[in-house]
Design a protein around this ligand. Structure first.
Ligand SMILES: Nc1nc2c(ncn2[C@@H]2O[C@H](COP(=O)(O)OP(=O)(O)OP(=O)(O)O)[C@@H](O)[C@H]2O)c(=O)[nH]1
Ligand SMILES: [Zn+2]
Length: 366
């Protein structure tokens, strides 16, 4: 019997550590690195790390190939680049490489050199952890010897890279934790169910309207959280009107299920979405802004939508969406989409270009 945390719990702990600015230790077969999220690395901690550095153990800043493209850095590792730190690199240098906010006003960050030799698996893991912590996808990585002793003596979380890597593409099982009746404007016969993942991550919600027949296709929507659109009535996107129209249609039909998935900003989190909006104010479109930050166009994992539908007893849907990726995911995870129900509401002068970009670059159906 042991009370030791398993790899899932260690990964959850590592995410929390990185968000606080604490380093984590990632160990591989032949090497190990100390990894810090670029975004939360404090001046003091960088000073401590520099003081601890041993000769030959040079730090690198791991960034995604998307960010590297903007910075004109060679990504020798395919999906990422390990940027070498100049001798005088300080916090401002690290922030400027990680964060595109000042790219236009301060374009000369380089020329930046990236590492070609050695493995990048641990750096890839570090970036994946910063992404899942909803931080900028950039990590300062410093080689360490004797990782187990190092982690123990500094009280740091130690992650075994070989155990962690296959889990990064997995999603944590979700369990229903509470549900209650919720009369709503769209329907008095509403019920809100909360699902909680095992890994300490964000909860997701299912709004059930009426008592949909489990043996027939249910009118369903996978709605990704959009604080600005859903709550503030932002005119930059169509989320708020889509949310209300979907609920209204379910109310009118007397049955349906709306999954409210906490995947703010297409999975990059609200902080990064606001960074993307700020880049959009500089003239970049929604896809370019994600790429300059180092993200893919869409970082969501829609499969958790089918996990919840299945847990609720549904196996086929009439899906309210304009996004073919949602339909493809449903089909690939064994939920039949018998019909796509278009959801075209909320076009404004402010979001016309955004919707056109989604149609042109992300394949959204018009
Ligand atoms: N990164 C980023 N996310 C955005 C932006 N505008 C809106 N979002 C997010 O995009 C998501 C919108 O998701 P959905 O409503 O599921 O829309 P969709 O993928 O277009 O699919 P359908 O509405 O089903 O057609 C929400 O998570 C928003 O927060 C943006 O400019 N950048
Ligand atoms: Zn929105």
């Amino acid at each position: 019997m042991t009370l030791n945390p398993d790899i899932h719990e260690l990964l959850a702990r590592a995410r929390a550590d990185l968000r606080m600015g604490l380093p984590v230790i990632l160990s591989g077969n032949e090497s190990a690195v100390l990894a810090c999220a670029a975004e939360t690395l404090s001046r003091d901690r960088l000073g401590d790390l520099n003081a601890m550095r041993v000769a030959g153990a040079d730090p690198v800043l791991a960034i995604t190939a998307r960010r590297a493209e903007t910075l004109k850095v060679r990504a020798y590792d395919g999906d990422l680049a390990r940027v070498l730190l100049p001798a005088d690199a300080d916090n401002a240098w690290i922030q400027a490489v990680a964060d595109p906010a000042d790219d236009l006003s301060n374009p000369m960050k380089g020329p930046l050199q990236s590492m070609r030799d050695g493995g990048a698996d641990l750096h890839r893991l570090a970036i994946a952890l910063t992404k899942s912590a909803r931080l900028l996808p950039a990590a300062l990585c410093l080689p360490v010897a004797a990782p187990r002793d190092f982690a123990a003596s500094h009280g740091l979380t130690l992650i075994d890279g070989a155990q962690a890597a296959p889990l990064l593409d997995e999603r944590s099982p979700l369990h229903p934790v509470a549900a209650a009746r919720l009369p709503m404007a769209a329907s008095e016969a509403g019920r809100l169910h909360i699902y909680r993942p095992e890994d300490g991550g964000e909860e997701h919600y299912a709004v059930e309207i009426g008592r949909p027949d489990r043996s027939a296709p249910v009118l369903a929507r996978l709605h990704s959280a959009c604080f600005t659109g859903d709550l503030l009535g932002s005119l930059k996107c169509d989320c708020g009107p889509q949310l209300r129209a979907a609920l209204a249609q379910m109310g009118a039909e007397g049955a349906g299920v709306l999954l409210y998935l906490n995947q703010e900003g297409r999975g990059i989190g609200l902080v990064n979405k606001m960074r993307a909006y700020s880049l959009q104010d500089q003239g970049f479109d929604t896809v370019e802004a994600n790429h300059r930050l180092g993200f893919e166009d869409d970082e969501r994992d829609f499969r958790l939508g089918s996990d919840i539908l299945r847990a609720m007893g549904f196996s086929s849907v009439r899906l309210l969406t304009n996004n073919p990726a949602k339909i493809a995911m449903m089909e690939s995870t064994g939920i039949t989409v018998t019909e796509r129900v278009p959801l075209k509401v909320g076009e404004t002068a402010h979001n016309r270009a955004y919707l056109a970009t989604k149609a042109r670059k992300s394949g959204h159906l018009l």
